[in-house]
Design a protein around this ligand. Structure first.
Ligand SMILES: Cc1cc2nc3c(=O)[nH]c(=O)nc-3n(C[C@H](O)[C@H](O)[C@H](O)COP(=O)(O)O)c2cc1C
Length: 203
């Protein structure tokens, strides 16, 4: 099959790309609204940009021609937490993506526990074992979408997952990835690869 992207409509492109860029990590982004409502929603167009400086990105589309609450809140408040999604909170994360009104807190609706972040004025999700507390670097418009660049100012890691020095126990973390549509993947059967190239040919 050969498909030229210019022959595709936006829905086709979304289906193709979310089917082939898999599994995607999920940023469970908690924010604070101008009225002090604590919001949390998942975004899987999410990645690390650089580790030095520690910059992450996620992108949002519009909903019915309007900016999503997460973006409105971040543009106003300039701070947010990325909560890592694990098997234990996958269902709650999935529920939280429903189209709740801006004055409804997904924390309360879904039954997640808000806890104050350490270094920013924002709530994190207690049930998530890793929080990346971020300050807004930049919002970049990309077509009808918005790419948020955030700087991680503080990492909060459940002691059970932290292995000196600076390593995370991924098998214990049990992160969940997003596939296409309502499909998700668990992180199982981890394995190591050795490299067998001819070392004499290396720089
Ligand atoms: C696993 C998952 C990943 C998602 N990823 C994205 C994404 O990358 N970009 C986006 O605009 N919406 C994404 N969504 C949809 C948003 O979570 C949804 O529109 C949500 O209602 C936005 O909430 P807000 O208006 O409170 O910001 C995703 C939904 C799910 C369940």
């Amino acid at each position: 099959m050969e498909i030229s992207s210019k022959d595709c409509n936006p829905k086709d492109l979304y289906k193709l790309m979310t089917g082939m860029i898999v599994p995607r990590p999920i940023a469970f982004v908690s924010t604070k609204s101008v009225y002090g409502v604590h919001n949390v929603a998942p975004f899987s167009f999410f990645s690390a940009v650089t580790s030095d400086p520690p910059i992450i990105m996620f992108s949002l589309g519009e909903h019915k021609g309007e900016k999503k609450d997460t973006l409105v809140n971040i543009e106003h408040h300039k701070e947010f937490t990325i909560n890592v999604v694990t098997e234990d909170i996958a269902q709650a994360m999935h529920e939280s993506a429903a189209d709740f009104a801006p004055d409804v807190s997904e924390f309360e609706e879904i039954g997640l526990t808000p806890i104050p972040a350490a270094k920013i004025d924002c709530m994190s999700v207690k049930e998530s074992p890793i929080h990346m507390e971020c300050t807004l670097e930049k919002v970049i418009g990309v077509g009808a979408n918005y790419m948020v660049l955030g700087r991680v100012v503080h990492f909060r890691i459940d002691d059970k997952l932290y292995m000196e020095p600076y390593k995370i126990n991924i098998a214990e973390l049990k992160p969940v990835g997003r596939l296409a549509g309502n499909m998700y993947s668990e992180t199982k059967n981890l394995y190591k690869l050795d490299r067998h190239v001819d070392k004499r040919k290396l720089r």
